[in-house]
Write a protein that binds this ligand. Structure first.
Ligand code: SF4
Length: 209
């Protein structure tokens, strides 16, 4: 947009670290820049369409609408601390619209396959839920790819999203906190093992959480 580079850094901080809900909320940017951002870019690739709270607030189910009108499901689950584990707030993200695998026990499988999600559509599920949680001073601790779709059938976008969340200039979210649920696509499992995803020890100290 022809602005000084530090304006980009400011926008990035508002977007990733401060979880701003919109371009207009990025208060350190001049109003004219915020307005041009709003006119030029979509703030998110997913839009909340419906939200349902269950289990006395422990589970929140989102239905997000995509730019092409399709919808996907995302679920946030809170687990209290137990003798064996710390308290967790886990997001279950979708990786595809529908699923081509067709497991008979699964409603998504019975609905057929529509398309892969983009990396941004996966990343934005995390960000939308995080903005919601931030209002209650909470944040996500874990991710599971167990929503709609077979994640390893959308390998590049899924790994791209994990890398994006892990970035030191984005969320510093450790890939060790991400679980991929798969029917067992062995070549992709082997590829994932050799992917070289950043580990906590390779991230700045403040990222090790
Ligand atoms: S792979 Fe997962 S999302 Fe796809 S049909 Fe089977 S259980 Fe459902």
């Amino acid at each position: 947009m022809g602005e000084a580079p530090y304006r980009g850094d400011q926008a990035g901080q508002w977007f990733w670290q401060k979880l701003a809900p919109s371009f207009s909320a990025m208060r350190t940017l001049p109003v004219s820049v915020r307005r041009r951002l709003e006119e030029t870019y979509a703030f998110s690739t997913v839009t909340p369409h419906a939200k349902r709270v269950a289990d006395k607030g422990q589970t929140v189910k989102y239905l997000f609408r995509l730019a092409d009108g399709r919808t996907i499901e995302t679920v946030v689950m809170q687990y209290d601390a137990s003798a064996r584990s710390r308290a967790r707030t886990t997001i279950c993200v979708s990786s595809q619209v529908g699923c081509p695998i067709g497991c008979t026990f699964c409603a998504t499988g019975r609905s057929g396959f529509d398309r892969n999600l983009s990396q941004a559509e996966i990343v934005d599920q995390f960000l939308m839920a995080s903005r919601d949680l931030a209002e209650g001073q909470r944040s996500l601790t874990n991710v599971v790819f167990m929503g709609m779709g077979e994640p390893l059938n959308n390998y590049a976008a899924v790994v791209g999203a994990i890398r994006r969340w892990a970035g030191p200039d984005t969320l510093n979210f450790s890939p060790r906190r991400v679980t991929i649920s798969t029917i067992g696509l062995v070549p992709f499992i082997e590829r994932l093992g050799a992917e070289g995803l950043p580990e906590p020890g390779h991230l700045p100290a403040r990222a090790r959480r």
